[in-house]
Design a protein around this ligand. Structure first.
Ligand code: BGC
Length: 766
């Protein structure tokens, strides 16, 4: 009987295997024939193209607004008609897209459709939390869904291509662009990069709701010296390969269609002219098949970098492997003469043109140049109830509870609560920087959300201070979308009013932080604390003796030492997006329980920067009993809030780490597990983090490296076992010869609720 069943089972398995194989062969076969068709189509088209028309495909122009560089494209329509433009960005809506696309497909000689790109960074019109906030959710499915929703809105609005994800690792919170990425860790950064690429590109460009992603900024942009934007970077290949490259590679492996080069230099050569980076690493080593675009005026800027004149930098860029020139128009001006001179091979121009035409083909633009975009589709998909609810979910899951003494949070609505601060009623800043086509007028403020849930007149309010008092700073922010108008009352009057309001309350909620323009591109800060006037307000409120909850809205890790020492609770909400208000209100009153964990270290002061968890040990690790060990005289080595840190309204207890064995063989695996229990009063989610330390190697190894994580939900009293599999591949790193190796030796494995966990076990790789 058993034999018969087994036989049946084996036959069945064989059958399933045969069907799968047939499907696979079929799929490979149909992919091959689709590729062959594309090849034929593109070759035919290119045969008809003049050299100028081919170079035209390499030209990407900005249509009108959102200038982030020194120049603005001129005469775009005329150039489209002449076949001198491959794509445009900074315009959307089906009508606006149709207007330009019609010129390309009716008036240009070969009627080649245009690509339409845009910076859809954390949502198109429904805005999600800034990427740094989203990464703090450690929820890859959620992040994937936000990217998918952004693609659905963007494609409905006529767009084909987003300049996202930004995957630059950064350890310097002075750099304003940390708001656009996923923080400091290569493993988490890689996982988020994959989730986003798959969210944008879904099952391929034949899906009308997918858009091409663009991995940026390749490479090392997050390592700008002193955190000053556009500044020089310089690092060892060791660090590049092990710590900074992984997220770019992960995004490419996940199928990203395009890559954008960075403004900075890599090994003394600007990324945009760096043949080693583009041709060797990206194309040959990683097998990238898509096209490479520069950043805004990236080619032009190489003159300032000191790489030569206009002709020279154009030659360098195309020979390095750049396919598309964003806004400089150097290719269009210089390549026609450079090609016949032999300094640029015609094959290089052909290859770039082919890659761009292939992208257009895959998008289906030669069949439907509008890709199904229409006002009806836009109306249905943009800011739908489903997307707004996703925006609220994302805002809740991104928040990080940094402090909560004596369980001052969640608030009890029966108490008298004073909401104080310039961000309580603010809408403008909620959607953060790089908020694409989002309208801040549609963002719901905290105050409006409170009134909707609890009625008018329930809570006390005072503005307390201006968001930015410093006139010089206001003058830098306001011309770029800021609307920071100083109050007609003096700062002293605002503070007095706030103090009086606080005195009438049982608890104060101070809502403070940055204006949206204080992070993002060209928004580096040398001091990253709350602005002085906001600090003064907090100090005055502190004197009332009332419990104080600080709700933060900002785009980077801040220095919060004083706030941590003096206030009762701190809730980091980042710039939380369209549904910021309702999400924060739910978290404050306990309808939602914060579960985010910071993905970038919060330093104690600026002097500690760069401070990050996966540092090396040094030869003289800190020892309080010894003078000559690595330390500061005025501040501990440890940051204020380490990578992976975040509290909950409930508490979690971890068991010791258990291993299924102590010896890992070259083709074996060990399972590491813990039991995590919810020991508090609230249901809550916990990000269980799994780190490894390689105790000795042929090159020095970090004191800890994140290798996995799992976000789990636990009810009060509930426990769950969480398991991670350790394999030799997971222990691999690039050695001094830049070979990926797993070296035998002793390892520590840590599992806990932050990178500071000491919960560890040991094993040996044989
Ligand atoms: C930024 C890119 C962006 C591009 C286009 C540049 O200034 O560095 O991240 O995609 O502008 O807007």
């Amino acid at each position: 009987m058993l034999f018969l069943n087994l036989k049946k089972y084996k036959d069945m398995r064989r059958g399933i295997f045969a069907v799968c194989l047939a499907l696979l062969v079929c799929a490979c076969g149909s992919k091959k024939s689709a590729d062959a068709e594309m090849d034929k189509f593109v070759k035919n088209l290119m045969r008809k193209m003049t050299l100028e028309e081919k170079i035209g495909q390499l030209n990407l122009l900005s249509v009108g607004f959102d200038v982030t560089g020194p120049i603005l494209s001129q005469g775009v329509e005329d150039k489209i008609e002449k076949g001198l433009v491959g794509g445009v960005f900074n315009t959307y809506t089906p009508d606006a897209v149709k207007k330009l696309q019609d010129i390309a497909i009716t008036k240009s000689r070969l009627k080649i459709p245009l690509l339409f790109g845009y910076d859809v960074i954390h949502g198109h019109k429904t805005i999600f939390p800034i990427p740094l906030g989203l990464s703090a959710s450690w929820d890859l499915d959620l992040i994937n869904r936000t990217a998918k929703a952004a693609a659905s809105e963007a494609s409905a609005d006529g767009l084909h291509w987003t300049f996202s994800p930004m995957v630059d690792i950064s350890r310097d919170p002075r750099w304003g662009r940390v708001s656009e990425g996923s923080g400091e860790d290569p493993y988490l950064g890689s996982e988020v990069a994959k989730a986003m690429v798959r969210g944008y590109e879904q099952d391929g460009m034949s899906n009308p709701e997918a858009v091409m992603s663009c991995v940026k900024h390749f490479a090392l942009y997050g390592a700008s010296e002193a955190g000053r934007d556009y500044n020089t970077t310089d690092m060892s290949r060791q660090r590049m390969y092990n710590e900074y490259f992984p997220p770019y590679k992960a995004a490419v492996d996940a199928g990203a269609s395009t890559v954008m080069t960075s403004f900075n230099e890599v090994d003394g050569i600007p990324a945009t002219a760096n043949k080693w980076l583009i041709d060797n690493m990206l194309r040959k080593e990683w097998g990238f098949q898509g096209f490479v675009v520069t950043d805004y005026t990236g080619i032009m800027e190489m003159v300032q970098h000191g790489m030569g004149n206009k002709t020279k930098v154009s030659e360098l860029a195309i020979n390095a492997g750049i396919d598309m020139d964003m806004v400089s128009e150097y290719f269009i001006d210089e390549l026609p003469a450079l090609a016949p001179s032999g300094k640029v091979k015609i094959e290089a121009i052909d290859a770039a043109c082919r890659r761009i035409l292939e992208a257009k083909y895959k998008l289906g633009l030669f069949t439907d140049p509008y890709r199904g975009a229409s006002a009806e589709r836009a109306a249905k998909q943009i800011m739908s109830a489903e997307k707004l609810s996703l925006s609220k979910e994302a805002a809740i899951k991104s928040m990080v509870l940094l402090k909560n003494d004596r369980q001052v949070l969640p608030l009890n609505a029966a108490k008298k609560i004073a909401f104080i601060g310039p961000l309580v009623k603010n809408q403008r800043d909620l959607i953060g920087n790089w908020s694409g086509a989002g309208s801040w007028k549609q963002a719901v403020s905290l105050w409006d959300a409170l009134e909707t849930s609890y009625g008018k007149g329930k809570f006390l309010y005072a503005k307390g201070c201006n968001l930015v008092d410093d006139e010089a700073l206001r003058n830098k922010l306001n011309p770029h979308g800021g609307s920071i108008i100083p109050d007609s009352k003096t700062p002293q009057q605002l503070i007095s009013e706030a103090v009086q309001t606080a005195q009438q309350s049982d608890v104060v909620v101070a809502v403070l932080g940055e204006s949206f323009g204080m992070s993002g591109e060209a928004a580096s800060r040398s001091g990253i604390g709350l602005l002085d006037n906001q600090k003064e307000l907090l100090k005055a409120l502190k004197k009332t003796g009332k419990p104080i909850v600080l709700v933060l809205m900002n785009g980077r890790p801040l220095v919060l030492q004083w706030e941590n020492d003096n206030l009762d609770a701190i809730l980091e909400t980042w710039f939380a997006g369209t549904q910021a208000g309702p999400a924060i209100a739910e978290a404050l009153f306990g309808a939602a329980n914060p579960s985010g964990k910071v993905t970038m270290t919060f330093p104690r002061n600026v002097g500690q920067i760069p401070v990050y968890y996966n540092h090396k040990n040094t030869g003289r690790p800190f020892d309080a009993t010894q003078k000559y060990t690595t330390k500061y005289l005025d501040v501990p080595n440890e940051p204020l809030y380490p990578f992976g840190y975040g509290l909950s309204y409930t508490t979690f207890k971890y068991s010791n780490v258990a291993l299924t064995g102590q010896i890992l063989t070259s083709n074996g695996a060990i399972e590491a597990s813990v039991s995590v229990s919810n020991t508090g009063q609230y249901a809550g989610e916990e990000v269980v983090q799994f780190y490894i330390r390689d105790l000795a190697g042929s090159v020095t190894r970090p004191v800890k490296e994140l290798k996995g994580f799992e976000k789990i939900m636990l009810n009060p009293g509930e426990s769950k076992d969480v398991k991670f599999t350790i394999t030799p591949e997971m222990l691999a790193f690039y050695n001094a010869d830049l070979q990926l190796v797993s070296e035998p030796g002793e390892f520590h494995v840590f599992i806990g609720g932050s990178s500071a966990t000491a919960n560890k076990a040991e094993f040996t790789l044989k």
